[in-house]
Design a protein around this ligand. Sequence first.
Ligand code: MG
Length: 270
Amino acid sequence: MRILPLPLLLAGSGLCASSCAQDLGYTDTPFLPSGWRVHDPARPRPPVVDPGPAPGAPVPPPADAIVLFDGKSLDAFRGRDGAAKWAVAGGYFEANRTGDIETVAEFGDCQLHVEWATPVPARGSGQGRGNSGVFLFRRYEIQVLDSFDNATYADGQAAALYGQVPPLVNVCRRPGEWQTYDVVFRAPRFADDGKVLEPARATVIHNGVLVHHDQEILGEMVHRRLPVYTRHGPKGPIKLQDHGDPVRFRNLWVRELDLDRKADAAPAPK
Ligand code: MG
């Protein structure tokens, strides 16, 4: 019997989950419609592109934005058992192993701005390095990860639609530097019987660079399995993942969108 190094042994046993230090992908997962396996180690990693210098101060929100964090209070969020308990200091908040948090308000089609920074000095590797995530409807994840000089499977790196689609390029900044996500999200549409009429779609700009354009989302983001849709309402909370790493966030805001342009509809003929 070949004796495997401990991380490989754990990966094979399923105990490793997504935080295994040597997790570069899986060869026993199902195939996505793209032809790649979920978390395929052979899927090409996006080319690295330098996005330019990090912003200093947060980018001020537009006048019609719903501000989710003003630098001081987490009142717009709730945690597992009531109030959100992530640490707030210095105009940002930080995951502290108290569990995921999500917005009290719910959103459908929207434009979302998020600023985040991974821990410095960097610790761990692969999925175990600066892991968090931004989940629309608490289930469609735009991955947050320290992907600066940190190899992992392509559909799990920073700005990936987790387990589905890698970003077009890797524009991840160094650990500790502030990074931005600007997302235009179109919620899925369901029939009354739960059938998907239209899948969700997302356009994502990472550090000012396009990484997903009107990308179809295949279903709820899951680890090692094929995504599926479960019917939900037209609005849902935005969740931030506590994956055990002290990832920081600041300057979160949302603009609700009318992507079907109902507000532009002509009056019904009389
Ligand atoms: Mg994550």
